[in-house]
Ligand binder design. Structure first.
Ligand code: SAM
Length: 267
């Protein structure tokens, strides 16, 4: 049996702030004995895996380090995920990243010019990601840079899933997404090449997304133009459905399901 991930203070002075955050995210404010734990530190939230004390707690900070570097220098139109979504002749699709996870792909798409809404169903991952987005946006607002792409084009949806689309019907109608982006967990074999530590943490926390196949028809029902699915290079198609086209990167494949062409960009 798995217990809900609690959100606790890493030091006594942060107890009130941690309790407020736990209440905001509807997470337990007392220890549930879960193997994972969200801790509020002076630097922000971190996700600790208690049965793997040798692992550094997972933190998300898109304002500095490797994560910021990737947003600033990597990416752009060269990234496979951006090419799969397609930015034809100045048109910038509205995208729902419906398996947002740690937000890396979603932020890459926003950085490339798309307006992106992040949707994540795991409450602990949702909290970690939302706090990272709030921190990124505040960082740029404090530098009087409200025009920054993160302030202009990144939005967080409440925790949820396209598989319960009725719960977010209003938001879906308001966004009217051209594109849905999907990157569900893929069950990794124990002996497969070393999965990055943060992916291992995700895999253990959220599990194998065994309902992933149902996401494809749900996404096709909501997106007006296309659905893009990220898969490991040799994985079978999601829901066994052959895509309209594919874009390959070193380790992944982006399967593109086209419903109709994007509208022409207006000047
Ligand atoms: C492989 S991770 C996504 C990684 C993400 N693309 C990134 O760049 O960080 C998959 C995530 O999708 C979430 N997820 C899976 N199925 C979902 C669903 N039906 N609705 C919402 N989130 C879902 C999982 O909880 C997990 O956090």
């Amino acid at each position: 049996m798995s217990f809900p991930v609690p959100l606790l203070a890493a030091e006594p002075e942060l107890q009130a702030a941690a309790a407020a955050l736990a209440s905001e995210y509807q997470l337990p404010a007392t220890d549930t004995g879960a193997d994972f734990l969200l801790e509020l530190t002076r630097e922000g939230l971190q996700l600790r895996w208690r049965s793997k004390p040798e692992y550094q707690p997972l933190t998300l900070d898109y304002t500095r380090g490797k994560q910021a570097w990737r947003q600033q220098l990597g990416g752009g139109k060269q990234e496979a995920v951006v090419r799969a979504v397609g930015l034809g002749k100045g048109f910038r699709p509205r995208i729902i990243d419906a398996t947002a996870g740690l937000g890396r792909d979603g932020l890459m798409l926003a950085h490339a010019g798309c307006e992106v809404w992040l949707l994540e169903r795991n409450p602990a991952i949702h909290a970690l990601l939302q706090q990272a987005i709030v921190h990124l946006q505040q960082f740029h607002l404090e530098q009087e840079n409200a025009e920054h792409w993160s302030c202009q084009r990144v939005h967080m949806l409440p925790p949820g899933s396209l598989l319960n689309a009725a719960d977010i019907q209003e938001q879906l109608l308001a966004i009217a997404p051209h594109t849905i982006y999907l990157d569900p967990m893929f069950p990794e074999k124990e002996k497969s090449a070393a999965v990055k530590k943060e992916m291992q943490i995700l895999q253990h926390l959220v599990g194998a997304d065994l309902d992933a196949d149902s996401l494809l028809p749900a996404a096709l029902a909501v997106a007006s133009c296309r659905v893009v699915v990220k898969r490991p290079a040799r994985a079978p198609f999601l829901a066994g459905q052959t895509p309209s086209s594919q874009i390959a990167s070193k380790k992944h494949r982006f399967d593109v399901y086209i419903k109709q062409a994007y509208p022409k960009a207006t000047a």
